[in-house]
Structures are given as C-alpha cells and as structure tokens.
Design a protein around this ligand. Structure first.
Ligand SMILES: [Zn+2]
Length: 123
C-alpha cells in the first residue's frame, strides 16, 4: 500500500522523502521529466542503468488503457457523445495528460526495482 502512495507522491522508492523529479510541475516545458541522478535525501541512484526508463513504457501503457476505458464509458455511455467528437475529445485529454502519465509510469517502474529502506538516510 505504501508503494502506491509513494508512486502518487512521486518520491524516492528507498527513503520515501526525496523527490523523483527535479521540478514539481509536470508541465514545466523543458525539464518536466528531468530527474536528479541520485536521491537528494538518501543517495539512491535514480538512473539505475542506461535506458532504464525505456522499460517505463510498460507501466505507462496500462495507465493509458485504463484512462481510455474510463473516458470511453463516460463519454459514450453517459454523455452519449457522437463518435467523431469522442475521438477528438479523448485525443486532446490523453495528449494533455501525457506529462503526468509519463511521470507516473517512471515512478511505478523504479518502485518495482527499489524497495523501501527504513534506515536509508543513515547510510
Ligand atoms: Zn531517497
């Protein structure tokens, strides 16, 4: 459970205190996805190996599928939106959420490989 909370808060998977991303705002144009090399609190390596976050595609893809399912049910079943407008709307929504989805995918990905360590700060 704490892993899920930690993913949403986008904190270091090891100490749960250091921030995973340099900027708090995911829509910060040039550095919205920038991450420090190491956790500023416990020193955990955030770039575990070259191309580590390519694997995060596997964790952001299910988020997109989940969102598409929710949006499809909402717009097609409840709003009864026309199909042409539905495709425009869903494209705009998913495109504008992209920075958040990528961040979540990366946060989930690193949380899969690094576990919480209570004494992380003291090492
Ligand atoms: Zn840390």
């Amino acid at each position: 459970m704490s892993k899920i909370v930690n993913v949403i808060r986008m904190k270091c998977p090891r100490c749960h205190r250091g921030m995973l991303f340099t900027k708090q705002n995911p829509y910060s144009l040039n550095d919205g996805l920038k991450m420090p090399d190491n956790c500023p609190v416990c020193g955990q390596d955030f770039k575990i190996e070259p191309g580590f976050y390519i694997g995060a595609l596997w964790t952001s893809f299910p988020i997109v599928i989940f969102l598409m399912t929710l949006l499809s049910v909402f717009f097609l079943v409840f709003v009864k939106m026309q199909l042409e407008w539905f495709f425009v709307t869903i494209t705009v929504i998913l495109f504008s959420l992209q920075p958040i989805i990528i961040r979540l995918g990366r946060a989930i990905w690193i949380n899969i490989f690094v576990d919480f360590d209570q004494d992380a700060e003291n090492k």
